[in-house]
Design a protein around this ligand. Structure first.
Ligand code: 5GP
Ligand code: ZN
Length: 133
């Protein structure tokens, strides 16, 4: 199967992983809206949450653990959890993923959610999440 996130989970495509458990893997989004924007994906291939809603409970522990990790390590003031389901919703990668988007007081509110911050250093953010900086 030709799936980008299956290839990332298999390690065939590199990613900046921040958390993993038996059911899910979490890695930094390559084009973050805010520093620490992370995707949580089930290890098994699930196209979207509408077709297999039970997959949501499988990744829930990883969503919880990763949310705590991101907010604590990055000092975020809030967090958006977003799951697109279907092309009409804006889903572009058809392997279920929850966007975890840490939010900071200097850019608050829903209107600023998808306004990409320029020049986020992904490697530096990754080190901070892993407690290496
Ligand atoms: P969607 O629109 O499907 O909900 O979100 C897909 C997300 O995957 C986007 O935010 C996009 O930046 C991210 N993405 C696309 N290709 C890659 C990649 O190769 N690596 C990583 N880490 N994220 C990716
Ligand atoms: Zn997949």
């Amino acid at each position: 199967m030709d799936c980008l996130f299956c290839a990332i989970i298999a390690g065939d495509i590199p990613s900046r992983q921040v958390y993993a458990d038996d059911a899910a893997v979490a890695f930094l989004d390559i084009s973050p809206w805010h520093a620490g924007h992370t995707l949580v994906v089930p290890r098994r291939h699930v196209a979207d949450v509408l077709s297999q809603p039970e997959a949501l409970s499988e990744i829930a522990p990883a969503i919880n653990a990763t949310s705590r990790l991101l907010t604590q390590r990055l000092g975020a003031d809030g967090l958006n959890v977003l799951i697109n389901s279907g092309a009409t919703s804006g889903q572009e990668v058809f392997h279920l993923h929850a966007h975890l988007i840490p939010r900071y007081a200097d850019r608050p509110g829903m209107a600023a959610l998808m306004e990409r911050e320029a020049d986020i250093d992904l490697d530096a953010v990754h080190r901070r999440i892993l407690g290496q900086a």
